[in-house]
Structures are given as C-alpha cells and as structure tokens.
Design a binder for this molecule. Sequence first.
Ligand code: NAP
Length: 254
Amino acid sequence: MLMQGKRGLVVGVANKWSIAWGITQKLAAEGAELALTYQNERMGRNVRELAETLEKPLLIPMDVTSDKQVIMTFELLKRVWGHLDFLVHAVAFAPREALDGQFVATSREDFRIAHDVSAYSLTALANSAQPLMGEGGSIIALTYLGSTRVIPNYNVMGVAKAALEASVRYLAADLGPQGIRVNAVSAGPIKTLAASGIAGFGSKMRHHRDRAPLRRDTETEEVADASLFLLSPMSRGVTGQVLYVDGGYCIMGD
Ligand code: NAP
C-alpha cells in the first residue's frame, strides 16, 4: 500500500481507455484517496460511472484552459481535504487539422490552443497545487517521444510536448526546495481517444511493435506502474526527469 494516506488529483480521465484511468486504478489499489476532474458534462457522465468503483472520490468539473475553473478546483480541494500529496497531468489537445499533413502549415490559433491545453496547463496546475502540498509532493505529466523526434502527423503536439518537458524541468527547479518533485512519463503509443485524433496512428503502433526492443505494444498498466513509482516515496530522489515507458523504442536509431 504505497499510497496509503495520500491524497491526489488526477486530471485527464475521459473513459476507461484513458491512461489517466489506468493510473487512477493503480493509485486506488495502493490506498490513495483520489479527486478526478472532467472537462465537460458529456465526459462527466463517463467519469462518474468509472468513479463508482473508487472509494470516496471527489469529482470536479475543470477545463484546464480556464484560470477560474483551475482556481475553483484547488479551492474545493483545500476546503474538503486541506492538503494535497500528488497531481497527475494527463491532458493534451490540438485541433484535428493540425495533426495531419505538414507541421509548417500550423496556424497561429492551432499552435496557441495546443500549447495552452497541453503544456501551459501543467504550470497553472502546479502553481495552484504548491500551497496545498506544504512540505512535499509529487507531480507527473504524460508526454511522448514526438517532443524530441519528428513523428509524422504528431506535428504541433510534438512542439507542445517539448514545452511540457521543459516546463517539467523548470517546475522541478522552482518547487524542489519545498520538497515537491516534478517528473514526466513518456509513454509509447496506446490506443485512446486522444490518440485516435492523430492521422496514421495505427501504422505508428505497428512500427513501434516491430522496432521496439521488447517487440510489443506499450500497455497502459505498465505506464501506470511507472507513474506509481514517480508518485510514491520510492522515487524520492528523482525530479525533473522524463522516464520512458515504451519498450525501449526511444533508444533505436531506425
Ligand atoms: P484521453 O483518454 O483522450 O485523455 C486526454 C484527456 O485530455 C481527456 O480526458 C480530455 O478530456 C483531456 N482534455 C483535453 N482538453 C482538455 C481541457 N481543455 N481541459 C481539461 N481536460 C482536457 O487520451 P490519453 O492518450 O490517455 O492521453 C493522456 C495523456 O497521455 C496526454 O497528455 C497524451 O498526450 C499522453 N500520451 C498519450 C499517448 C498515447 O499513445 N495514447 C502516448 C504518450 C503520451 P475530454 O475528453 O473531456 O476533452
């Protein structure tokens, strides 16, 4: 029970295939008390249904692009829990037309949206979380190899993930003196709702399976295990890092 007595917020559960839901289940099994957010009422129904399997979950509507909703979420956590031990950031979005064809054609507005939702939101959440974390805590964000390599059609999302990973390092430096650690988990391709918006995702998965040293798909549960490690005291000496959970794909030259 690595997370017994710990309370945390998970942002990014959309449905049962969400990586954030895999992480949530793992954390719950290890004794954590959880708060989940959902972006809108349509997704709220899914999240409420999933949350029925958790013990005393808090469910909060929050669009990460709204400063007001972010502030209200942490006010509620302060009122109800008074304290926060961990935060999981598993949100990303770019308009569909930006995830197909050439990166060079990305519009200013699509670039802004992708960075606002997928990168800036981590800083906004970390800034609101820090007063609740007191003397220590752990924050993780989900990222992807498209941040450092050119992955066809990943386009502006890769640029946003590069900003997210740089944010992880700056946040780790700012918050480290308070005992708050900030890390990222870089997952191999997994079939989820967000992934279905990327053109040619199926062929990316096949390529991954053929080339990764472990010669298989990345599983949500192994991403959840690595997340548990980074959120638990087992990783107490680790901050500012990107941990790859991709069957070793990222080490290959071709
Ligand atoms: P997912 O289930 O579709 O989760 C994405 C989440 O982002 C959804 O819950 C979505 O909520 C949320 N979101 C989007 N815009 C939002 C906003 N403005 N405010 C609040 N929430 C918002 O897909 P996933 O693959 O598990 O994605 C989770 C994270 O893992 C993402 O950061 C993704 O980039 C990362 N990742 C995924 C893969 C992969 O292959 N699947 C690989 C590496 C990293 P709504 O559905 O309500 O919009």
